[in-house]
Ligand binder design. Structure first.
Ligand code: UDP
Length: 463
């Protein structure tokens, strides 16, 4: 048998989970001579986006599509679809681990928070389970503290008069806490958090200069808390060489440097029809150049299928005459854009984002300042950190109904692209970009943390 230490990774469905998981596997393979297999659970055939990133894997990283599971027909939130898909895939995970443990020197199964149940499966095969946490250290700290906080709080978190203060973090109001916490009758989330302690260690995609206080708190030794390894920022690095160049990149080529605001709400985020309308008119009113990834509207930001993009033509739902009036000012693309290539393009000068953690890190690595427009999951907490803590983002105000009006949108876009506030967030984002590169370079904090982890994984094999 090949003596190379092998890790199996189980990212839950969704590009936001698959991409960082692949990048983490690449780190182990390229810098520490591991080999890896990525197990992909799904409820539908692979999307083009998935196929594109998987096609670009190095030879030492294999991938296996687990047999697709059948989800119930009822409308489910994205989070429920994801966790059910992973749970229903556990028999196939078991089967695959059985085969990998005879054909490779399997040392670890690395799961993400939706795959926490697979920890027991790893133990059955005598391989060490690790948790890969694809969000911020602040969110991880919150998850580790929540079971205790929950014992002391009465009523809903959204109604708390005072913000919650996590050690080393910017205070966060109850209304900005992650979605699953907003309904206290839902106990499943807290129960899953209690199982984080069963992991051998927790790998988190962040870096010290971005989240110094939270990381310091996470590194404190406490009973029941596994060691934490901040290894970020890991973002997609695959090249698109050989693939046909997207039209929107050609459009960016023709725009002046730093002049375009990129607008995108991640791989699943959607806006209501009214909000889509206001955003369109706000972008138009701002007079700034924009590149906007438009998805068909939905009344619930997190109820869209995470496996397939809506087949409706989203462009047909934009305000009447908008496309004609903004020709030359902006470009609208349906559903998907090559985000890394857009963020690294010299013409991109700002990013209006839903604050998904991957998008946040991708913008940081490329030094692009943000407009924070969180939708669901832990995105509001990220937005608080980015605007009030790191001050690398501006955040538009919404009406009481939650709608952000066109004037406010125009104002915040102008402010980011040509105002004094924009200058300051741009300067701070520039500093963070340099710190990100340093964290990953030889001797940097994240590179060291990865070495410690790799040593631990290899050492159990007496290599
Ligand atoms: N992404 C992309 N093009 C798009 C939308 C998303 O390449 O049009 C990628 C983006 O670069 C990021 C991931 O999909 O790597 C989205 O992850 P994130 O954590 O930001 O948000 P999520 O989709 O999980 O809400």
């Amino acid at each position: 048998m090949d003596q190379t230490p092998h890790v199996a990774l189980l990212p839950s469905p969704g590009m936001g989970h698959l991409i960082p998981c692949i990048e983490f596997a690449k780190q182990l393979v390229h810098h520490h001579h591991f080999s890896a297999t990525i197990l992909i659970p799904s409820a539908a055939p692979p999307t083009t986006a998935q196929k594109t990133v998987l096609q670009q894997l190095p030879k030492t990283i294999h991938h296996i599509f687990l047999p697709p599971v059948q989800l119930p027909n009822d409308p489910l939130s994205v989070a429920s679809q994801i966790s059910l898909t992973v749970t229903l895939s556990l028999p196939s995970v078991k089967h695959t681990l059985a085969s990998l443990s005879t054909s490779t020197r399997l040392v670890s199964l690395i799961v993400d928070p939706f795959g926490i149940d697979a920890i027991n499966v790893a133990r059955e095969f005598g391989v060490l389970p690790y948790l890969f946490f694809p969000s911020s250290a602040m969110t991880l700290l919150f998850c580790l503290h929540l079971p205790k906080i929950d014992e002391t709080v009465t009523g809903e978190y959204g109604d708390l008069p005072e913000p919650i203060q996590l050690p080393g973090c910017v205070p966060v109001h109850g209304r900005d806490l992650p979605n699953p916490v907003q309904d206290r009758s839902n106990k499943a989330f807290i129960e899953s958090l209690k199982r984080y302690g069963l992991a051998e260690g927790i790998i988190v995609n962040t870096f010290v200069d971005m989240e110094e206080g939270a990381i310091k708190a996470l590194l404190v030794d406490e009973p029941g808390k596994p060691p934490v390894y901040p290894v970020g920022p890991l973002i997609r690095t695959g090249s698109s060489d050989g693939l046909e160049r997207y039209e929107c990149l050609k459009w960016l080529d023709d725009q002046p440097s730093g002049s375009v605001v990129f607008v995108s709400f991640g791989s699943v985020g959607t806006l209501s029809h009214d909000q889509l309308n206001e955003l369109a008119l706000g972008l138009e009113l701002s007079g700034q150049r924009f590149l906007w990834v438009v998805r068909s509207p939905s009344d619930n930001a997190s109820v869209s299928s995470f496996n397939a993009h809506n087949q409706n033509d989203p462009l047909s739902l934009l305000p009447k005459g908008f496309l004609e009036r903004t020709q030359g000012q902006g470009l609208v693309v349906p559903s998907w854009a090559p985000q890394i290539e857009v963020l690294s393009h010299r013409a991109t000068g700002g990013f209006l984002t839903h604050c998904g953690w991957n998008s946040t890190l991708e913008s940081t690595v490329h030094g692009v300042p943000l407009i924070a427009w969180p939708l669901f999951a832990e995105q509001k907490m990220n937005a608080v950190m980015l605007t009030e803590g790191l001050k690398v983002a501006l955040r538009p105000k919404s009406h009481e109904s939650g709608l952000v009006g066109r004037e406010e949108i125009a104002e915040v876009v102008k402010s980011l692209m040509e105002g004094e506030d924009g200058k300051e967030v741009r300067r701070r984002m520039g500093g963070l970009k340099d710190a990100a590169a340093k964290a990953l370079s030889d001797g940097g904090s994240s590179a060291k943390s990865l070495s410690d982890l790799a040593f631990k994984l290899k050492n159990q094999l007496n290599i």
